[in-house]
Design a protein around this ligand. Structure first.
Ligand SMILES: [Zn+2]
Length: 242
């Protein structure tokens, strides 16, 4: 039986988004960022699971994108254009809830405020790695979860709150919409992902083809669509439109 570990990730430091590069894909940490950060912790702790992380095709554990939450704790969902839609529960708008505008003499930019919550969701195909993942999350909780702290484009520090474990079954829909890019040979979009094998190495850049967020897919069954779902690619939700 598959398991989902879910929690709220509370942003401690805030991060900024310059208006000229203000695009949806920059606004929240992706599953692959989470996987990278937790992989380094696994490596430092010397856990058996650390050997799995450099293999990008490994999907024994799936690290989903860290989508932003509304103040009422509902996930902000995305429309077919990849833009956030108002909260279906309380009607709040993403821009007004999560972002604040910062004005300096020279420029104006958007910034994600500290204290905002993001969905943390990790799916385990079975309980083989449960113990190791819990040890990693425990460490991340004690010392903080840093996403991209080495880069100026990083997302900052998070604290993990209200961690829950539940059993889940693969999702099955006749029609679904991608809420994260799916790596696929049929994809029209170019995608570059980085992989670092050791602390000293520079990231090796891997070029892939992807289907964009908002793509409608049919007859899906599983935890993700396309390839490299372990990196958080290819998450979908049911789609009722035409
Ligand atoms: Zn809301």
């Amino acid at each position: 039986m598959a398991l989902e570990l879910s929690a709220d990730a509370n942003l401690q430091t805030g991060f900024s988004l310059y208006s000229d590069v203000y695009q949806t894909y920059l606004l929240y940490p992706r599953g692959r960022h989470l996987r990278g950060a937790l992989g380094w912790i696994a490596f430092r702790l010397g856990l058996d699971i650390s050997k799995q992380f450099p293999e990008i095709g490994w999907d024994g554990v799936i690290f989903r994108d860290m989508l932003p939450l509304c103040n009422c704790k509902t996930i902000f969902k995305i429309d077919r254009q990849g833009k956030f839609i108002p909260c279906p529960v309380c009607g709040a708008k993403y821009d007004e809830t999560v972002l604040r505008t910062v004005q300096t003499r020279k420029l104006t930019y958007k910034e994600v405020s500290e204290g905002k919550l993001y969905r943390l969701s990790i799916i385990l195909q079975d309980d083989k790695w449960l113990k190791d993942i819990l040890l990693i999350l425990d460490y991340a909780n004690k010392y903080g979860l840093y996403l991209g702290s080495r880069h100026t484009s990083g997302h900052g520090k998070f604290i993990i709150q209200d961690l829950k474990t539940k059993e889940i079954k693969p999702f099955s829909y006749s029609k679904a919409m991608l809420v994260s890019e799916a790596i696929s040979e049929q994809g029209s979009m170019k995608m570059v992902i980085g992989r670092r094998l050791s602390e000293k190495d520079k990231a090796e850049l891997i070029q892939l083809k992807a289907l964009p967020i908002g793509t409608v897919i049919t007859n899906v069954n599983g935890f993700y669509y396309g390839e490299y779902g372990g990196l958080g690619f290819g998450e979908f939700v049911p789609y009722e439109g035409h």
